[in-house]
Unconditional design. Structure first.
Length: 246
């Protein structure tokens, strides 16, 4: 059991608290994001609300879940301790900035989670230290330590692949729905994709291996892969990821 604190209580913080609270941690959260905060305190007896100062004082591990443009205003002057572990999920707030804002605390981790952390299966990217995050969130979620702070930006950009895939599936489902009906198309494509992902989960390999196992010579799958390449969509995807990384 640990004493955990959350400054900023939006949807991301809510997902993390809902994952952690059943593990019997003592959790203190701020009033920021009042609707989420009230729901969490009603849901879990060991989750309580306090102001930012009280959250810092009552926590050994402290999650910073503020909007980046509010970080300086909220964190300045709070009574951080040297022995506290600070875990920031604030994309765009650098390690050096946090060292200054959270002094005298020195143990700082940058973390990139997603809301599916609540139910498990979330890839959590951290830098520079992973052990504490692994203790809190594994085995339900996977924790990946990257080598450089800038690698977090690349991983953040890569999370947009989910939206890109969803857009592609929506277009394909709409096309199919014009032929066999939207409900049937939605069910067909949904089962097709989840079935293939289930195979990949049980037999993990590079996605290229999955593609190549389907796109063999003379198949419709190969024709689709080659058409996308000829249209320049693969290059456009790489270019967009590079732009988002910046």
């Amino acid at each position: 059991m640990s004493r955990l604190g959350f400054i900023g209580t939006g949807h991301m913080a809510g997902a993390m608290v809902r994952h952690l609270a059943p593990k019997d941690h003592e959790i203190t959260i701020t009033h920021r994001g009042a609707h989420v905060a009230q729901a969490l305190t009603s849901e879990f007896p060991k989750v309580k609300m306090g102001n930012a100062t009280e959250v810092v004082e009552d926590s050994d591990t402290l999650f910073l879940c503020l909007r980046p443009n509010a970080a300086s205003e909220v964190l300045n002057g709070l009574p951080f301790r040297k022995d506290q572990h600070i875990i920031s999920v604030m994309a765009g707030v650098s390690f050096d900035s946090l060292m200054e804002l959270c002094a005298p605390a020195e143990n700082i981790t940058l973390m990139l989670p997603m809301e599916l952390i609540q139910s498990g299966g979330c890839p959590i990217v951290v830098w520079p230290e992973a052990d504490a995050v692994k203790t809190l969130f594994e085995p339900e979620n996977g924790v990946f330590k990257v080598d450089r702070e800038t690698d977090l930006s690349a991983c953040f950009a890569a999370t947009t692949l989910v939206s890109a895939i969803a857009e592609t599936l929506d277009i394909g489902t709409d096309w199919l729905g014009e032929r066999i009906g939207p409900d049937t198309a939605q069910t067909f494509v949904g089962q097709l994709v989840t079935g293939m992902l289930r195979i990949h989960a049980h037999e993990p390999s590079r996605f290229a291996a999955l593609r190549d196992s389907l796109a063999t010579p003379g198949t419709l799958n190969l024709a689709m892969v080659e058409a996308l390449r000829e249209l320049g969509l693969n290059d456009a995807l790489r270019s967009s990821l590079t732009d988002l990384e910046r």
